[in-house]
Design a protein around this ligand. Structure first.
Ligand code: ATP
Ligand code: MG
Length: 246
């Protein structure tokens, strides 16, 4: 039986703000292609954990490996490259640029990428990917609308396409449906699960919504700084990080 490769490994990660310990010795493995929900009470450290995985925050102690790379060994420029090339983010707020069209907004991450690479992808390639994905999420008729002309659900779907435009390995979503009505939240959740499979992108979603959480392959829970496996919802087995077995 082949074991899928690990994308993320957290080894005994602790995060403290002064004397306040938010994450205590958290260990977690996420395999390539997995979909994972992180749940837990408000203030339990879910966003902190997502930001650490997303290289937006550094640990107090412990290690984070992303596709075999130890993030502590990377400087700020290298971390920015990791974010641009390997990661996609979706937040509760869409953060679309109000003066730009939907299509322009989803192409913004490709500009940084072209500059970083010197020559980069052909603009046509990014544009055709953008248009294909926008059609895929039901925004084919909204390419030239501005964010202010979209519904909340449409704005979040545009934000999802922007997060996927550079073909990231990992999509990180923090309460992506938190500001949506129930129907829009349900369809966004469904869309994320479908894109996880279609695009082969590993998905980690922080959510309070159990119906969104249970759509993911696996659910973990944070409480009092500790992370607990809270169950499997499909084929992925519970896995203990190797370091925790020592
Ligand atoms: N920059 C910071 N400085 C000090 N304390 C912080 C900082 N960021 C987060 N915290 C604290 O860390 C704890 C965890 O915050 P975090 O945002 O990760 O919680 P959360 O689980 O995402 O909560 P919510 O569900 O409300 O979004 C909170 O008690 C918060 O006050
Ligand atoms: Mg949060």
């Amino acid at each position: 039986m082949s074991v899928p490769a690990q994308l993320i490994e957290l080894r005994n990660v602790t995060k403290s703000y002064g004397s306040v310990c938010v994450l205590a010795e958290v260990s977690l493995i996420v395999d390539k292609g997995e979909s994972l929900a992180i749940v837990g009470p408000s203030g339990s450290g879910k966003s902190t954990l997502l930001q650490i995985i997303g290289t937006l925050d550094r640990v107090t102690s412990g290690e984070v490996l992303l596709d075999g790379k130890n993030l502590a060994a990377l400087n700020d420029l290298q971390l920015a490259q990791v974010r641009n090339r390997q990661l996609g983010f979706v937040f509760q707020s869409h953060y679309l640029l109000p003066q730009c069209t939907v299509l322009e907004n989803v192409l913004v991450p490709t500009l940084a990428r072209q500059r970083a690479q010197g020559r980069g992808q052909k603009v046509e390639t990014s544009e055709s990917r953008a248009m294909r994905l926008l059609k895929r999420v039901g925004l084919g008729e909204r390419l030239h609308h501005r964010p202010g002309q979209l519904s909340g659900g449409e704005r979040q779907r545009a934000a999802v396409v922007r997060a996927l435009i550079n073909r990231p390995q990992l999509l990180l979503a923090d309460e992506p449906s938190g500001a949506l009505d129930h129907a829009s939240a349900t369809s966004l959740g469904q869309l994320l699960v479908e894109l996880n499979k279609e695009e082969g992108v590993t998905l980690i979603v922080v959510t309070h919504a159990m119906d969104l959480a249970t759509r993911m392959g696996r659910v973990v829970r944070i409480e009092d700084g500790k992370l607990m496996e809270s169950g499997m919802t499909d084929k992925f087995a519970l896995r203990t990080p190797h370091s925790a077995l020592k």
